[in-house]
Design a protein around this ligand. Structure first.
Ligand SMILES: [Zn+2]
Length: 180
């Protein structure tokens, strides 16, 4: 199972002199993401997807859930990264500022669903890079497809899911948020 290869990693250099409050927030965020990605229903879904795509599970060496966000030089965040040679995937959180604004705007439940869904979409995306390498278009198309398959099961129970889906993939289009 992929869940055994997942862990939280801290790269303190990514954030200059974080405050206690930031550290507390990001640690909670990372453990939430790890729990979300390890959930049996999602693990089962990932195994199915890997089989369907003929991606061997052993090509994934580890999945690191980064505590601190990764900011590109242009200011845009990064949802994930895949080192295809090493089989190492990294998943990054949104910034504290973004999360606070979303929480104020939409409430805690919707924020929680967004954060978990974004991490799932990022992991799906990066796993697909193991097979499709630099074919970003193909990876994005399939990410949308597979995420929709997974989300269908949840959307029946959660009325926020369609708007979360749009948020994740609209952002991807406008900000390249999921681009490796
Ligand atoms: Zn990508």
């Amino acid at each position: 199972m992929l869940s055994n290869k997942m862990k939280i990693t801290v790269h303190p250099e990514k954030l200059e002199d974080p405050s206690q409050r930031q550290v507390g927030f990001y640690m909670k965020y990372a453990s939430f993401v790890l729990r979300t990605l390890r959930r049996p229903s999602f693990q089962k879904f990932l195994s199915w997807m890997l089989r369907k795509e003929n991606i061997e599970e052993h090509t994934v060496r580890d999945v690191q859930v980064a505590v601190f966000p990764f900011q590109r030089k242009n200011g845009n965040g990064l949802a994930g990264h895949c080192n295809t040679n090493r089989g190492r995937i990294q998943i990054y959180p949104k910034t504290l500022k973004f999360c606070q604004e979303l929480m104020q705007e939409s409430g805690k439940d919707k924020f929680t669903l967004y954060a978990g869904s974004r991490a799932r979409a990022a992991l799906i995306h990066e796993l697909l890079h193991l097979k499709y390498a630099n074919d970003e278009e193909k990876v994005r198309e399939l990410t949308r497809k597979y995420f929709a398959v997974f989300a269908q099961n949840r959307s029946a129970q959660n009325s926020h899911m369609p708007s979360i889906y749009n948020m994740i993939f609209r952002r991807e289009a406008t900000e390249n948020a999921l681009k490796t």
